[in-house]
Design a protein around this ligand. Sequence first.
Ligand code: ZN
Length: 307
Amino acid sequence: MRHPMLYGGLELDRAHGLRHASDPLALARHPGARICLYWRGRQPVTGEPPVAALTDWASVGSLIDSLAAPLVLLGQDGEAPVVAADISGLEAPEDGPDLGLGRWVMLRSAGGTLPRQDAALLAYARGILIWRERTRFCSVCGQPLTVADAGHCGKCSDDTCGAPHFPRTDSAIIVLVTDPQGRALLGRQPVWAPGMYSCLAGFVEPGETLEEAVAREVWEEAGIRVRSARYVASQPWPFPSSLMIGFMATADGEEPNPDRTEIEDARWFTRAEVSRFGEASAPGEHGRFLPSRDSISRALIQHWLEG
Ligand SMILES: [Zn+2]
């Protein structure tokens, strides 16, 4: 299985030591700084195949100033700070502002075609800016937060409270279950495009280990008792704020009994059957297709197919 998963493996120095002492605005003004823009869920890419389109203060400084755009220090590339800027305050057509940078894409639509380092950088920027956008008030006392640690912490503005709030990551397990006949359990949610089958997944609950979450989700969604579960790999999934924790698990192969709510269908498939699944753009046998190539779900299925 290829490690790390897409959206992970960023080689950028996250410059933890700089966060406490530095104002991200001053860092963005640094002559060598690279600025990673974000606008209403979209990020700029250029070229074909695409690469991330980063910019600099000379090009977008006045825009950032005029919008008082939220900024986050992502890290340092040599001496050059790398800063994420949320310019969602800018009014623009649905497909993004024309800043001469290229086209504005949703990461999920472009992720699999970007260089892996670019996909990881955009995932990081997207994840932390979405957290900033959605975390503006103290969840303890309700007062506004002030930004600290170069964008990586929101501190309650009420002196008697003062609670710090850190970027949130929601842990979710994702699991490919196999049976003694070598078949894999795949299911589909009613909200997915018709024909797509994927691994089972769900959020980890308080007071639960990852292995327990695997067993619970597979039981709840498919009515199958897992015998053993083994961690394989994880993937940052900033859509909006998950960490997908991938497992391979075994079960006895009894008939699935999907819950019909979260999962409308779950069944055992042989390798031969799954190898005849197509892609979303060209579904295969019975109109079925696999999840997109940027996902850990696809990687788990591919790993099993080749195993
Ligand atoms: Zn508070």
